[in-house]
Design a binder for this molecule. Sequence first.
Ligand SMILES: Nc1ncnc2c1ncn2[C@@H]1O[C@H](COP(=O)(O)OP(=O)(O)OP(=O)(O)O)[C@@H](O)[C@H]1O
Ligand SMILES: Cc1cn([C@H]2C[C@H](O)[C@@H](COP(=O)(O)O)O2)c(=O)[nH]c1=O
Length: 819
Amino acid sequence: MSEQGSANPAPALGAQQPAAVAPVVVEAGAWLAMLALAGLAFSLAGAFGLTGRADPSMLTGIREAAAGGDFALRTAVIAYALVGIVAAAGVFLPVRRWGGSLSLRIAAGAALVAAVLSFVLLFVLTAWLSILTAAVAGIAVVMVLGVLSNPHRKPWRSAGIPVVLLLVVTYGAQLLGGVGAGHTVLRWMAVLGCLVVLVGVLLLLTGRAPQPGEAPQIGAFPSAPRMSVREAVPVKNAWACHFLFFVLGAVGILAQPAVAELGFGQAGTALIVCAVLLGWAVGFETGPTFAPGMSRPRLTSFALIAAGVLTIGAGALTELSGKAVLSGAVAFLVGLGVRAQDYAFSRRVGAGLGMLAGLLLTLAGVSAEIPLSDAASWNLTSTEFAYEVVGVVALIAGIAALFAFGPHGIHGIGVDVVHAFRIPAVRTEDRTASEATEDTLRSTDAAAPGSSEALLGSTGDDAGPASPPAPGDLSSALTVPTASAASAGGAGGAGRGLFIALEGGDGTGKSTQIHLLAEALRERGITEVVTTREPGGTEPGGRLRSVVLDGDGVSPRAEALVFAADRAHHVATLVRPIVERGGVVITDRYIDSSRAYQAAGRALGDEEIAALSRWATEGLVPDLTLVLDADPASLAGRLSARGEQNHLDREDAAFRETVRRSFLEYAAQEPERYRVIDAGGSVDDVAARLLEAVTAVLDGAPAARPAPAEDGTAGTYSDEAPTVVSPAVRSAQPSAGSPHQGDGGRAAAQPLRDADEAPTLVHRVAAPPAGPTAPEADTAAEPKPAAPRQTSRERLRAQAEIERQARERLRSQRDGRQP
Ligand SMILES: Nc1ncnc2c1ncn2[C@@H]1O[C@H](COP(=O)(O)OP(=O)(O)OP(=O)(O)O)[C@@H](O)[C@H]1O
Ligand SMILES: Cc1cn([C@H]2C[C@H](O)[C@@H](COP(=O)(O)O)O2)c(=O)[nH]c1=O
């Protein structure tokens, strides 16, 4: 062990810090010693005063003293508080100036003295000796923590074992020797705790340097594994988190006086502390994945509100197990709420203030008899009063947080339970989005272009890619014969999977339906169906989503650019790789949303917005766009029931009408690639309509039997050839003279025609030569002649017809008729 003097004022772990286990041993011992000493000081001071001395035999009478009203709660609370204060006072010792080695030696000396004092305490039972022992043990702990480079550990890691030990031992003692026996064993627990601290310090002095990664991390949000959740945004002022720790500190500290008031033994305190620790641990660990559809500031705010309500409940309960459960639940919410934030703040501030508030409120000694009915009343004790005040403060702070906490502020108090607990971004059957993408990238490299296994798991049969798939079978329908697929090379080429976009106005049911549709496709044998959304389908996309949708968003042009940025990353890292591998991607919103909301709604210009998205996506166009259509007015109820709204959801009726009309317009312009689905009726009705539309497109007409061409680049239409329903992804750059239509003004992806007018399918088009005859891709099962470009009059007529049908459907529903 190297020596570090004052020349090196900030000793890092490295050379001095032995095995990573040693600091944990010190902390575990300290937790045990402090809890035991605090309980002892509390009980002794309450029963015998701060300086009064008791025989060990007198400890068993503490409960009787409490029951008989001879227990001085205030004196007990003062002694209890003093244990914490003197133990924490070591924080002010100049550990760093002394250097690591000297600090550790001081720690060893202090731990030894504390162990001796705790031993004396076995026989000389006084509150002041408990306090003194705590002060000396505190010096040892603070000296150790001062020389650790990573003193931030999850507290339950080091506190868990001592707290459980305390619970088991005190309960055991109470079962065997009555309630007073719980106090008796506290003495032994204090000795044990101090000895463990001493052992830990000695390990530190003599041990080896830790290996990288041995020291546990604090586990704050940024180091959480990547999961499909709404992202935490770094918070500069984490005041809501301070309030959460405030509640935790108060509930933790109130356990001891509350249990004394209930007349229960020391095991009661251990039970509540255990519940608090467990709740906090579970909340903290589940925080990153809890309510993935809820924004993180919202989660923190609701956690604070709920913590407030439960604290009020814990104060009102005069039954130990209920108090323990509610205290644990409060701690769970605290863990959840603080873990939801990407924060850099001290827990000690909030927790310390909470402890102080809890103790001061108890010391205030407010008590009252509150009549509940003619027959019953609630005798509010001073501890219960403290719980109630802390709970109300948390409740008020939580409500304020709902509107004011977070980088962009939040609006509204509604909770969309369904969406809050649903993963909003990517979902594959068993994997996270990032895993799916990583897999995709790996296997995109590995899979030979055109290998049928790369398309669908269910197609990897021995028959090989040349086997004709059964007509009507969706998974088979997605299979692309090798000849065609092999032709699909080339930069920027399209793949062999399927890309479906769900579009429509707010509240039309896209998020609800996307999972149902994916599930239905999986049930039909497609092994890889990935659902995703825009904005926010990727991890960085989540941050962009927050920029553009939280609070009042950004200016219209910035808004358009952020949506495009999200889309660019989404397509590059998720959609395109999966589709190229042969998977099915269904996205909740795509380019048409930018056209409808930004180009039409914000009047930013369709050409500009379409071009922006075309550039962002390198021309990737969905094989099929499903427009969920409903009169916006009919959706108001759904949206208000859902609660959570962004500023775009709150645009006026004219905006929503423009958005709806735009979607219908795009559908009318490219009827072969769009399906307009009536979004009215039950969830099941809409799901059935969607599935019907998708399968109709994919299964295709039996007559559609295009064969791969001999040169492998195209298939000619032939009755002998296997069915080819290739949902090829179009990524062709717009060719000269090819008008842009539909999503982002894609290069019109129509089947080619050979000399006999038979349609030719090209499954992938890499970089089509410029000119009006550039090869283009098709997805339709039934090869159709290239759709002639509609005149604006025809488009208007088609649009009018779609709108007429939509109105008719709604009218029928209103009249109670079947559409
Ligand atoms: N067919 C339906 N009938 C009644 N309520 C529905 C139906 N479909 C969805 N909902 C409800 O309407 C609300 C909005 O649905 P959903 O979030 O799926 O729409 P959305 O199109 O994704 O909206 P947004 O684009 O604003 O996210 C949700 O609370 C959902 O439970
Ligand atoms: C992709 C995209 C989205 N929007 C708008 C439309 C909605 O109001 C929100 C997204 O919210 P959702 O709950 O995920 O549907 O963003 C847009 O204006 N432009 C776009 O390109």
